[in-house]
Write a protein that binds this ligand. Structure first.
Ligand SMILES: [Fe+2]
Ligand SMILES: [Fe+2]
Length: 155
């Protein structure tokens, strides 16, 4: 039993990436609050831009650099994750209809994180060699909070 519990425990390397998902979910929640309270779209957009640049883009890049190469070229979960990264980046950069883009970011970013937590990360842990994960753990610099956004429109 003990052995069994240990074998499904997430590797430290995966735990690092999981912790970074906190910022993504926090952004989704803040966007939802902002839209609900009819906060000026520009204020929500500024937070969204900053969060993308500071946390999410580096997080996507690190996932693509370290994790995705562990899966086959035609792995369906990997293809889906890459497509979602591209789609999310386009939404973050979309200035044509900000309200629509924020709504879609809020929905799709949360769905992307849930998908990684429920499916993709388990798959990576299944196929990756312990040694490969250990190497990622050493190479990846966990993205930690570096600043506090001062315009707390969600309160
Ligand atoms: Fe991702
Ligand atoms: Fe992720």
């Amino acid at each position: 039993m003990e052995e069994n519990v240990k074998s499904i425990k997430r590797h430290k390397a995966i735990q690092m990436f999981s912790r970074e998902h906190h910022y993504a979910l926090l952004l989704c929640w803040r966007i939802r609050q902002g839209l609900k309270k009819s906060v000026e779209l520009d204020r929500i957009k500024q937070l969204s831009d900053w969060t993308f640049k500071t946390y999410l883009k580096p997080h996507f890049e690190e996932e693509e650099k370290h994790f995705f190469p562990l899966l086959d070229e035609d792995d369906k979960l990997k293809k889906r994750a890459i497509a979602e990264h591209r789609r999310l980046e386009r939404l973050f950069n979309d200035t044509s209809d900000i309200k629509r883009a924020l709504n879609l970011i809020e929905e799709e970013l949360e769905a992307h994180i849930r998908f990684e937590e429920k499916n993709l990360f388990n798959r990576i842990q299944e196929v990756a060699e312990n040694e490969q994960l250990r190497k990622i753990e050493q190479l990846h610099q966990e993205i930690k909070p570096t600043d506090i956004w001062k315009d707390n429109f969600w309160d």
